[in-house]
Design a protein around this ligand. Structure first.
Ligand SMILES: *Cc1c(COP(=O)(O)O)cnc(C)c1O
Length: 503
């Protein structure tokens, strides 16, 4: 095949617009360039100065009001809108780029990730895979790197998705198709002559797993919530008993979900043991490793992570502990054929051709729910290459070490109390000066946490553990330093005293 001639050689010259023709491109590219550089400068400064801002700040009423305006039928111009952005939007994010933001499980993003996003949005490619593009190859490359990092065979398949919830949905969907034993895509899960499928997961499993089970028509009545032990890991004996009981009742045990890092405490189920159980009962073994799987990159991965690489499907979130800008989740599936069998539909308008644009190397549409997708792979590709994977390994270890550091600080304070073992990168604690009722303690710690956030000091989140309100510090933050945890502990104690005195 001859290389295509450049468009200009083919006689296509830039033409001025006819008077009735319009476009979204600027009239004056040089003016746009200056404004775009200004916008980029804003964001570079924003990241440079992040530590000087509060961890979080509430929106003033006038800002809320300004963000509630009539449909802007008429053009306001880029400069005006950039001003609104700088004044009303930029100062009020979740806060997760801040070094003392530790709520939920969030990622920090990175300067290189931000740049990659700009480049990807400029290209605005489709992410189909069957389009013959460099971005298709970049995504395949990134997926191969992930297979290597998580110990999956090269011939396994994978997909970048919107996040961990979608990755869980995809993995569990493949499990449903693979283990139903009949054509579940055609007949659905309510086929009267087929046994009902059952899914197993611990009580600490993320809600997106139950959502997936419901969406897939298995139904939450067939979602077995297995209790956990004192380490918040799945109770293996109870799991065994439940699988047997379901089998005896004529149901079909089909999918086992293991946790590599639970949201509440970072607990890791005994993944190797669960792999044995799944193999023994012919279950699909899905691991939700949204953030915990990333600990495999650290110098000292927790022992329970062993066996992660035996999963049939693994969900994880590069936008969390790999510090990619939102959104990018990922799923790996050991059995590529099973993966494709779950989602493949071949409409005529998406036919692959022997040449041209529609002759790409892989059909990502046949591996998941989303068709068009952003070029999220570029973020991972660029940041792995620019920073080197060794940097991400070291950052993971740094966060694990910081969690142990905070654990020790809490133990060292008489008025503070740990509420769960620190198995990974999450520390649960509360202020407890002694002599208060359980209700009063909950109330005091709630107020303390809100106060800490509203004053912009730090932003942990909360959970309930064994019925007790807990301040929850999840460290997936490459900007946190040891001194930030000193601040957290000192301020918890100070605020605790202050609130106690005031009550
Ligand atoms: C965050 C998280 C999810 C959901 O991921 P999203 O990217 O927010 O959709 C699922 N499981 C676990 C363990 C998580 O931490």
């Amino acid at each position: 095949m001859k290389p295509a001639r450049h468009a200009r050689e083919q006689g296509v010259r830039p033409q001025p617009l006819a008077p009735e023709e319009i476009t979204l491109d600027p009239d004056d590219w040089e003016a746009f360039r200056a404004q775009a550089h200004g916008a980029l400068d804003t964001m570079v400064n924003y990241l440079r100065d992040v530590r000087e801002r509060p961890a979080w700040q509430p929106l003033p009423e006038e800002v809320k009001n300004r963000l509630h305006e009539a449909l802007p039928e008429r053009a306001q111009g880029l400069e005006t809108v950039l001003e609104s952005f700088r004044r009303d939007v930029l100062p009020y994010p979740s806060g997760n780029v801040h070094p003392r933001f530790w709520s939920w499980v969030s990622g920090t993003g990175s300067p290189v990730g931000m740049l990659a996003d700009l480049l990807a949005s400029g290209m605005n490619t489709l992410g189909l895979g069957f389009d013959d593009t460099a971005p298709s190859r970049v995504e395949m490359q990134v997926l191969d790197w992930f297979k290597e990092l998580f110990g999956f065979p090269r011939e396994s398949s994978g997909l970048l998705v919107s996040g961990g919830s979608m990755a869980n949905l995809v993995g569990i969907a493949v499990g449903r198709t693979a283990k139903a034993g009949y054509d579940v895509r055609r007949r659905g899960t309510n086929a009267p002559d087929e046994p009902a499928l059952v899914v197993y997961a611990s009580s600490e499993t993320h809600s997106s797993a139950q959502k997936a089970v419901e969406l897939l028509g298995i139904g939450s009545a067939r979602y077995r919530v297995i209790p956990v032990n004192a380490q918040f890991e799945i109770d293996v004996e109870a799991l065994h008993a439940q699988i047997h009981a379901d089998g005896d009742a004529g149901l079909q045990p089909a999918i086992l979900i293991g946790n590599a890092g639970t949201v509440n405490t970072g607990a890791i189920d005994p993944l190797d043991h669960l792999a044995d159980i799944a193999a023994g009962h012919d279950l699909w073994y899905h691991v939700d490793g949204a953030f915990g799987a990333i600990a495999r990159l650290s110098a000292s991965p927790p022992a329970n992570l062993r066996g992660l690489e035996r999963a049939d499907s693994l969900a994880f979130d590069p936008h969390k502990w790999l510090h990619q800008p939102y959104n990018v989740g990922a799923v790996l599936v050991r059995h590529a054929r099973r993966h494709e069998e779950t989602f493949h539909i071949a409409p005529a308008y998406l036919d692959k051709l022997d040449g041209g644009v529609a002759a790409g190397p892989v059909n990502f549409n046949a591996l998941g729910v989303q068709l068009s997708r952003s070029f999220a792979a570029l973020r991972v590709w660029m940041s792995f290459k620019v920073y080197g994977v060794e940097r991400f390994r070291a950052l993971t270890q740094q966060n694990l070490d910081q969690a142990q550091y905070l654990d020790r600080l809490v133990r060292g304070e008489k008025a503070l109390e740990l509420l769960a073992p620190t198995a990974l990168n999450i520390v649960n604690y509360r202020y407890n000066p002694g002599g208060l009722s359980p209700e009063a303690l909950d109330e005091l710690n709630k107020r303390l946490l809100v106060e800490m956030q509203v004053r912009g000091i730090a932003a942990p989140s909360s959970t309930r553990l064994d019925g007790r309100f807990s301040i929850r510090v999840c460290i997936t933050n490459h900007r946190s330093r040891r001194v930030d945890f000193d601040v957290l502990v000192a301020e918890t104690t100070r605020l605790g005293h202050e609130l106690e005195r005031a009550s």
